[in-house]
Design a binder for this molecule. Structure first.
Ligand code: PLP
Length: 460
């Protein structure tokens, strides 16, 4: 009997043509490719058939139409979708790391909607290099002789090792043969480059004499890696960058420093621990320094290499360079971001630095205003701590303020409703409470946050 009913229901499912000829859909479908829409409709019907076979009730014709409309609109949405970061994590890898400045975003539009002199030297009319857009800025800012940019920092490290150390040895402290996250592991990158990893010292303590003992005629480089996402505490030792660089110089072996986050400003001015700057690493004698463009630099995804001119020249001629080359959109945004540093306006213009340098009392005022607009008893203004994240300044905390929503037993569903908003709000859930940290909510997003939060609160 049940079997019979089910078969009847299956037979009653509308055909693809019937759905496609629905007047309401027909109107919408005009904007889309016919073949793709037909596939979507077929998928919707198949999905309904499978649910029927699994015992679900038969869907109405109207609900099938709605499903097609829904899958069309999410299929055709522009993405990645902008979200409000209320987590208090400034460089949130899942949320796209650094938001770029308005000037950097405008630079992308300015130089990409038409043609550009990306690889044309306008003076001579001959072929030029895209690297000239940023090399001069990078050398001025960091004090290095030369610079090269690639697709991301993982590429920087791989390129340098492949170009300089293929088939030879690279000395790394055992405590620095680490995983940075997202699949970047020093030993594995080393293996891919064809270099041979020579680990020296121990996990917690490595001395200069360990590096010295590892040196031989087959050593191509010394590599130090900034522990950007973890802290080693207690009984530890590592020689300074300068000591390792000096040792390299003594033996005519270049020293590479993977500094990770590409910090150009002094983090101590904001109550944070010292994050080594690129300028300091160059000043200490590193022959090449590698860093990301989208961490503390606050620009687009990119990998930046600065250092000795002869080494940079070798890198730029390596075949991998072509595979890792930076695209024109990122290049223009990177140039615009670097200009903020050249003009001494990074704290005012680079979003990451604006957030890091924001005074807690201003954050408190914003959260207070959120609370006033939400009203009621369930929201409180509390002091909290923001983090830098994204593989920068592990363990560093910035005093901040958050709106705390106390809805016992309903926090998970509130979090879900917030993520489903037209402009999703991403907060932090802890101890059955939801926290919205003001530090990472960009100026101008408060209105959307409040409207969204009210709406989400109504639906839980
Ligand atoms: C983040 C990081 C990387 C990877 O950089 P991407 O730009 O994500 O490729 C490599 N090394 C260190 C030390 C890092 O912190």
């Amino acid at each position: 009997m049940i079997e019979l009913l089910r078969n009847m229901n299956l037979r009653n499912l509308p055909s693809v043509e019937k759905i496609l000829s629905n007047p309401e859909l027909k109107e919408i479908l005009r904007d889309y490719d016919r073949l793709i829409v037909t596939e979507l409709v077929r998928d919707t019907i198949n999905h309904a058939r499978n649910s029927l076979l699994n015992g679900s009730p038969a869907p109405s014709f109207i609900s099938l139409i709605d499903q097609v409309k829904e899958s069309l609109s999410s299929f055709a949405e522009i993405g990645p979708k902008p979200v409000i970061n209320a987590t208090g994590v400034v460089l949130h890898t899942n949320l796209g790391r650094a938001p770029i400045s308005m000037e950097a975003a405008n630079a992308i539009i300015h130089s990409s909607q038409g043609y550009s002199n990306l690889e044309l030297d306008l003076g001579s009319g001959n072929r030029g290099s895209r690297q000239v857009q940023v090399e001069g800025l990078l050398t001025r800012i960091t004090g290095a002789e030369a610079a090269l940019v690639v697709n991301n920092n993982a590429s920087s490290v791989l390129l340098a090792l492949a170009a300089i150390a293929n088939g030879r040895e690279v000395i790394v402290s055992r405590g620095e043969a680490v995983e940075i996250g997202g699949g970047f592991r020093v030993p594995e990158v080393m293996a891919q480059s064809g270099a041979v990893l020579v680990e020296v010292g121990s996990t917690n303590r490595t001395y200069l004499k360990d590096y010295r003992r590892g040196l031989n005629e087959n050593t191509a480089a010394l590599l130090t890696v900034h522990s950007s996402n973890f802290i080693v505490m207690g009984f530890t030792h590592a020689p300074t960058v300068k000591e390792v660089a000096d040792l390299g110089r003594e033996h005519d072996v270049p020293m590479f420093h993977d500094i990770g986050s590409g910090c150009l400003l002094d983090t101590r001015a904001f109550g944070l621990n010292y994050e080594p700057t690129v300028q300091a690493s160059i000043g200490d004698g590193s022959d090449l320094v590698f860093f990301s463009g989208d961490k503390l630099l606050g620009g687009p995804q990119s990998g930046i290499i600065v250092g000795r001119r002869d080494l940079i020249a070798t890198l730029s001629e390596h075949p991998l360079m072509r595979a890792m080359r930076i695209d024109k959109l990122s290049l223009s945004a990177l140039r615009a971001t670097l200009l903020h540093y050249v003009k001494g306006e990074a704290l005012d213009k680079v979003p990451v630095w604006k957030m890091i340098s924001e005074h807690p009392y201003k954050l408190k005022k914003r959260v207070q205003a959120w609370k006033d607009q939400i009203g009621g008893e369930l929201a409180t203004v509390i002091s909290s701590q923001s983090t830098i994240g994204g593989g920068s300044l592990p363990g560093a905390l910035l005093p901040s303020w958050s709106l705390c929503i106390d809805k016992p037993g309903k926090v998970e569903s509130l979090g879900r409703e917030l993520r489903r908003l037209p402009k999703p709000v991403i907060g932090k859930i802890s101890e059955d409470k939801l926290f919205l940290d003001a530090r990472t909510v960009l100026v101008g997003e408060d209105e959307d946050l409040i409207v969204g939060l009210k709406r989400a609160l109504e639906s839980v």
